[in-house]
Design a protein around this ligand. Structure first.
Ligand code: NAD
Length: 317
C-alpha cells in the first residue's frame, strides 16, 4: 500500500489512541493529519507526541527507519474536517467510545472522501454493523482494534462489517503490517471481538477463584505473570499445547483433553462483578495497590517501562 496517492492518513480524535496511531503511522513513513473536534486538542497531542518521540529516540526505542525529527515533520493538525480528509487514502477514527458519536462522524466523513478510501474504526466494543450503520457504502468499512499502548503492544484485530470486501481487509492488513503492527483477521464480527472474549474468560475464572476462597488476588496475578504469561508473550495457547506433547496437538488432546473438559464443566456461572460481595475482591486489590492517583500512576509507569523492555526483547526474536 504505497504510491504517490497513498501517503496520507487522517486520524480523527487525538486522545490516547489517536496519538498512538499517529505515531505508529508516522513511524511507517506516512503523512498523518490529525483532527479533533475539541479546539486545541490536536495541537497539544502533537506536542505530547514530540516529547514521547524524543524520549523514545533517546532510549533507542523509536520505531521505523526515520529519525524523530523526520517523523514529526510528517505530522500535522487540521481544524477543518474536510481539509483534514483531503488526499487521505485511509481514515482511522479514534473518537469517544459512544455508538452515536461514531455513527455520526462516519456519516459526515463518507461524502467528504473518495469511494475507495478505507474507513477504519478503533472501537473496542462496538460491532462494525452498528458503528457503520449510517454509512452508504459499507464495503470499505472495517474495525482496526488496537491494544493499549499500540506502540509497544502491536496486535490489531481487523474486524469486517458483513459488507466489507476481501480487498479492503487485505489492504488494511498490508498497511498494518507495513507500519510494524501485528494484525489478525476476524472472519466475521462478534461481540467483544477475540482479544476481549479471551480476556473475559480469564477475568471470569480469576474472579471466581478469588471469590470462592481458592486463592488470593495477589497469587492469581502471579499465576499469570510468573506462569502462563511467560509463554504467552511469545507463543499462544494453541502452540503451547502443540509443543507440550511428544506428537503435538492431537497427542496433547488424547492425553489431556478429557481433563481439560472436566475442569471446564466445573466452571461456575458468570460472576456478578458488581455485586455487594464483589467489593471484597476490590478491597483486597486496593490493599496491595491503593487506588489513589499517586500509587496508580507509579504502577502504570512501571507497567509501561516493563512493556518497553518486553517490546525490545521481542524485536530481537
Ligand atoms: P480519549 O477520550 O482519550 O480520546 C477521544 C478523543 O476524541 C478526544 O480528544 C475527543 O475530543 C475526540 N472526539 C470526540 N468526539 C469527536 C468527534 N465527533 N470528532 C472528532 N473528535 C472527537 O479516548 P481513547 O482512549 O483515545 O479512545 C478512542 C477510541 O479507541 C475508543 O473507541 C476506544 O474504545 C478505542 N480504544 C481505546 C483503548 C484504550 O485503552 N484507551 C484501546 C483500544 C481501543
Amino acid at each position: 500500500m504505497s504510491g504517490p496517492d497513498m501517503k496520507m492518513i487522517t486520524v480523527i480524535g487525538s486522545g490516547l489512541i489517536g496519538r498512538s496511531w499517529a505515531m505508529v503511522f508516522a513511524s511507517g513513513g506516512y503523512s498523518v493529519k490529525m483532527y479533533d473536534k475539541q479546539p486545541g486538542q490536536a495541537v497539544s497531542a502533537i506536542a505530547e507526541i514530540r516529547k514521547q518521540m524524543m524520549e523514545l529516540e533517546e532510549a533507542g526505542m523509536l520505531r521505523g527507519q526515520l529519525s524523530a525529527t523526520q517523523q514529526m515533520s510528517l505530522l500535522s493538525t487540521q481544524d477543518d474536517l474536510q481539509l483534514a480528509l483531503q488526499d487521505a487514502f485511509f481514515v482511522q477514527e479514534c473518537v469517544f467510545e459512544q455508538l452515536e458519536v461514531k455513527q455520526d462522524i462516519f456519516q459526515v466523513v463518507e461524502p467528504l472522501v473518495g469511494k475507495d478510501v478505507i474507513l477504519s474504526s478503533s472501537t473496542s466494543c462496538l460491532v462494525p454493523s452498528k458503528v457503520f450503520s449510517k454509512v452508504q457504502n459499507r464495503s470499505r468499512c472495517i474495525v482496526s482494534h488496537p491494544v493499549n499502548p499500540p506502540y509497544y503492544v502491536k496486535l490489531v484485530e481487523l474486524v469486517p462489517h458483513p459488507d466489507t470486501t476481501p480487498l479492503v481487509m487485505d489492504k488494511t492488513y498490508a498497511l498494518m503490517t507495513k507500519v510494524g503492527q501485528a494484525p489478525v483477521r476476524l472472519k466475521k464480527e462478534i461481540d467483544g471481538f477475540t482479544l476481549n472474549r479471551v480476556q473475559a474468560a480469564i477475568i471470569a475464572e480469576s474472579w471466581r477463584l478469588v471469590q470462592d476462597g481458592i486463592i488470593s488476588v495477589q497469587d492469581i496475578d502471579l499465576v499469570m505473570s510468573e506462569g502462563l504469561g511467560m509463554r504467552y508473550a511469545f507463543i499462544g495457547p494453541m502452540e503451547t499445547m502443540h509443543l507440550n506433547a511428544p506428537q503435538g496437538l492431537g497427542d496433547y488432546m488424547s492425553r489431556y483433553g478429557e481433563g481439560i473438559q472436566r475442569v471446564l464443566r466445573s466452571f461456575g456461572p458468570v460472576p456478578d462483578l458488581c455485586a455487594e460481595d464483589a467489593k471484597s475482591v476490590v478491597s483486597e486489590m486496593c490493599q496491595l495497590i491503593p487506588n489513589d492517583q499517586q500509587h496508580l500512576a507509579a504502577r502504570r509507569h512501571r507497567r509501561d517501562q516493563l512493556l518497553m523492555g518486553l517490546a525490545r526483547l521481542k524485536q530481537d526474536q
